[in-house]
Design a protein around this ligand. Structure first.
Ligand code: IPD
Length: 261
């Protein structure tokens, strides 16, 4: 039997909403960039938001550790670990594109047991605890029933890491002729929640981080979807993801023809 995680979920939702309001209030401001990479940015607001989330969570659960995109608090071998992405969709946020979210998961003894993803611009709060229903603002959600690639909307991630963008473009070209539409939303966590609601049908990306999808994975699976994560050899918390509504023949659709000699 799954233990009762309702208090922890309440704490995650409160922290995500506090952080979401903080980000929404600063959405139109000029943002301080701390680091600029070819396909990514690090903002001071990423750090400030993670600190805000950490303060909220640690006030209620001082013994739990935090693993976040912006660093770690406490021991990474702690029994209970919050996995936090303070802004998933940082590049969107910086450019003023209102598609980003706050993502908070709780891992207990190496198993992620709950997830909360909050989109402050739409005031959409996605939640789930393993073994329960996936909810959007408290109402149950479910993946689509679509079974044919021809009617699917698929997100193909354009990763932030060297080489992963090119791979994303190759997959985009391969899959776009098979489906109704391909989309690149810019937030892995929101994309997974969109599959959980039936707005999207599948998502593929070849290199993302645990904090990008940990919370949304619980929400997707509780909504009837599936997610396969293949970790990289050198980084257990980074790898490729295939997520779908559990109905589409996504693996067959991804098979690339062998190049002719
Ligand atoms: C990014 C987003 C994006 C995905 C990248 C991630 P961040 O997360 O989820 O959709 O394509 O791989 O790094 O950096 O905005 O938290």
């Amino acid at each position: 039997m799954t233990p009762d995680y309702s208090s922890q979920l309440r704490a995650a939702v409160a922290a995500a909403r506090t952080a979401g309001e903080f980000l929404r209030a600063r959405f139109a401001d000029v943002k301080q960039v701390n680091a600029e990479m070819p396909h990514d940015l690090k903002l001071q607001l990423d750090r400030d938001t993670q600190q805000l989330i950490a303060r909220c969570l640690l006030a209620e659960y001082p013994d739990y550790a935090i693993l976040g995109e912006e660093g770690e608090t406490g021991s990474m071998s702690a029994e209970a670990l919050w996995i936090v992405d303070p802004i998933d969709g940082t590049v969107n946020y910086f450019y003023g594109i209102p598609i980003f979210c706050v993502s908070i998961a709780l891992q207990v003894k190496d198993r992620v047991v709950l997830g909360c993803v909050y989109d402050p611009m739409q005031d959409e709060c996605f939640t789930a605890v393993v073994g329960g229903a996936a909810l959007l603002n408290g109402r149950a959600i479910r993946v689509s029933a679509r079974q044919r690639m021809a009617e699917a909307v698929v997100f193909v991630g354009h990763g932030s890491h060297d080489g992963s963008g090119a791979e994303g473009v190759r997959r985009f070209a391969h899959i776009s002729s098979q489906v109704r539409k391909v989309r690149i939303l810019g937030s892995a966590a929101l994309t997974l929640c969109y599959i959980a609601t039936g707005r999207f049908d599948a998502y593929i990306e070849n290199r993302i981080n645990l904090w990008d999808f940990a919370a949304a994975r619980v929400i997707l699976e509780c909504a009837g979807g599936k997610l396969e994560f293949t970790p990289e050899v050198a980084h257990a918390r980074q790898g490729s993801v295939i997520a779908w509504n559990g109905q589409l023949p996504i693996h067959a659709a991804l098979e690339m023809p062998t190049p002719q000699a």
